[in-house]
Every structure is written in structure tokens, then in C-alpha cells.
Design a protein. Structure first.
Length: 136
């Protein structure tokens, strides 16, 4: 049961997963144990003062990027940042980035994709929750 508790805690606290997706994934995990254990685990779920993404795209991007890595395909996307007023804007003069992704990493509560960037002709790392309009 401790393994499920660790997975549930990770889903509850992962910033790139929306609260709704976290709840759905936790419900699926709870089907892997007895009804008694599931009830006990539900009572112990508690995450305080944790920012959770409202952007579903980061969650779905993981699958798209994994497939691109496996198939050695390029991906294209807009990359965003926030201005001083916390308003999101598109970087790179509004142009798409094209990269050949090599790996996904999870570091410090965020997923990152690392790959060769055609525009910069160099290896680059991009945070998934800042990627917008990802396509292959």
C-alpha cells in the first residue's frame, strides 16, 4: 500500500498535471487495491499550498513527445513565458520552434524536453508547461 501512497502523493503534487487529471489518475490507481485500502488512502490525501497547472497541454504533450523520440520525428511548437504582469506571451518573435527531441526529464516538479533546435542549431531544453500548440 505504501507504493500506491507514494504514487498518489506524486500525482497530487505534480505541478504540470491539472487537479481534474490528478483526480482521475488517482481514481484509476485506487482500483489497484482493495476497497478498504482505497478508502484509507483517500482519507490521507493532502497537499497544501501547491500550485497546480490549469493547462492540459503539458499532460498530453508527454505522450506526443515520447512518440516523437521513439520514431525519431521532429516536433514544432510555440514557446511561452510571462511578462512582469504575469501575462503569457509567445517568445522567439512569435515563431515556431522545431526540435528533434531526445529525452524527457522531470526535474523540480516540471517536465522538460531536451533536443536539437533547428532555429538555434544547438541542443536546447524547454519546459513542457510553457509549450503551446505542439505538433509533429
Amino acid at each position: 500500500m505504501s507504493e500506491l501512497k507514494i504514487l498518489i502523493d506524486a500525482l497530487s503534487s505534480a505541478r504540470f498535471i491539472t487537479p481534474n487529471i490528478s483526480s482521475n489518475l488517482i481514481a484509476k490507481l485506487l482500483t489497484l487495491t482493495t476497497v478498504e485500502n482505497a478508502q484509507r488512502l483517500r482519507r490521507h490525501i493532502s497537499v497544501t499550498d501547491r500550485y497546480k497547472s490549469s493547462n492540459h497541454s503539458g499532460y498530453y504533450s508527454v505522450d506526443v513527445i515520447n512518440n516523437a523520440v521513439d520514431l525519431h520525428r521532429k516536433i514544432r511548437f510555440y514557446y511561452t513565458d510571462f511578462d512582469v504582469n504575469k501575462k503569457r506571451y509567445v517568445t522567439n518573435d512569435g515563431k515556431l520552434y522545431t526540435i528533434s527531441p531526445y529525452e524527457l526529464t522531470w526535474d523540480g516538479d516540471y517536465y522538460y524536453v531536451r533536443g536539437f533546435c533547428d532555429e538555434r542549431q544547438a541542443m536546447r531544453t524547454f519546459r513542457l508547461d510553457r509549450i503551446k500548440s505542439l505538433t509533429r
